[in-house]
Design a protein. Structure first.
Length: 309
């Protein structure tokens, strides 16, 4: 029995050692890439460096805010959830019918949460110089995710991988074989279901292929994309919603009002364009006006309550 325990302890030690080495390597590279004083040609160059680093170490870095002259990147697990249920929390302390309600506690079942992670990088320009790193923190307060499929932002096939999938589909190769082929070639950030979706669109009409390429182009540009498929025999896409993370961050700082406005614009597939904008008070020199700013967009086939929800 003691021998088994010793073996298990040894294995645990090896696993922990490997994890620590990976973590230390990630910290070292972060400090090297975002060394204080290092210059970048543009905000785009900073994002590209962060994306390359994130894909390599499976660390999700997102933009907290950015402009042409500054950018701040934070870990996806940075920040804390806002307490949006104050009324429910207050109600939990009151008495109803002589009985006190159970103390309310907000719980989240998600594995991927905000942990108040301190990791960040800030860069800006001064006196006509290039974008320069001013401060950073490489440490995380949570384990680094081992699963390469954990972050949707990294679950996109590269053009090379997509070309490989298309080649297999043209030869009528089944989904599981394609999945194994991708794994053999080092592409481990995708599941069989993703390949099945690609196959479904690949075999569609030209209309279906066009919408599919529209969706993948948006994803390549780092948009968050959601779409739904109708209950028809050809399984055509009947709704495509898209929004960029930078705009989400901007909207969170302007919480006044969000407006969903169906327009009269339609595309070649007779899908209606839905414009989602926010409104905010903007102070001018002579008066205060209400200004709209874009948040997201969507193409919908039928303007029904279900599609809006």
């Amino acid at each position: 029995m003691s021998n088994i325990n010793n073996i298990n302890n040894t294995n645990d030690f090896v696993i922990v050692s490997k994890t620590l080495k990976k973590y230390d390597a990630a910290l070292t590279e972060f400090n090297s890439i975002f060394l204080v004083g290092r210059e970048f040609s543009s905000v785009i160059a900073v994002r590209e460096a962060a994306k390359t680093y994130g894909v390599k170490h499976n660390i999700a870095l997102t933009t907290e805010y950015a402009s042409s002259s500054c950018i701040k990147l934070i870990c996806k697990h940075s920040g804390k959830y806002r307490d949006t249920r104050k009324a429910e929390k207050v109600a939990s302390k009151t008495s109803v019918m002589g009985e006190t309600l159970f103390e309310w506690e907000r719980k989240r079942e998600k594995d991927m949460q905000k942990h108040g992670c301190p990791c960040f990088m800030y860069a800006n320009t001064k006196k006509g110089r290039k974008l320069t790193v001013r401060s950073h923190e490489a440490e995380h307060n949570h384990p680094i995710e081992e699963d390469r499929r954990a972050y949707a932002m990294y679950c996109k096939l590269s053009p090379e991988a997509m070309a490989l999938v298309v080649k297999h589909l043209e030869n009528n190769v089944d989904v599981f074989t394609i999945f194994n082929s991708l794994k053999i070639n080092g592409y481990t950030n995708i599941v069989c279901h993703d390949i099945a979706n690609i196959k479904q669109h690949f075999g569609k009409s030209e209309k279906g292929k066009e919408i599919f390429y529209f969706i993948t182009t948006l994803q390549d540009l780092d948009f968050h994309v959601r779409y739904s498929v109708g209950n028809t025999e050809d399984n055509q896409v009947n709704m495509v919603f898209f929004v960029h993370q930078d705009v989400i961050n901007e909207a969170q700082r302007m919480p006044e009002t969000v407006i969903i406005d169906a327009t009269y614009k339609t595309n070649s597939h007779q899908m209606t364009y839905v414009n989602i904008v926010g409104t905010s008070n903007v102070s001018g020199n002579s008066r205060t006006t209400l200004k709209t700013y874009p948040i997201a967009g969507a193409w919908v086939e039928h303007e029904t309550e279900e599609n809006y929800l």
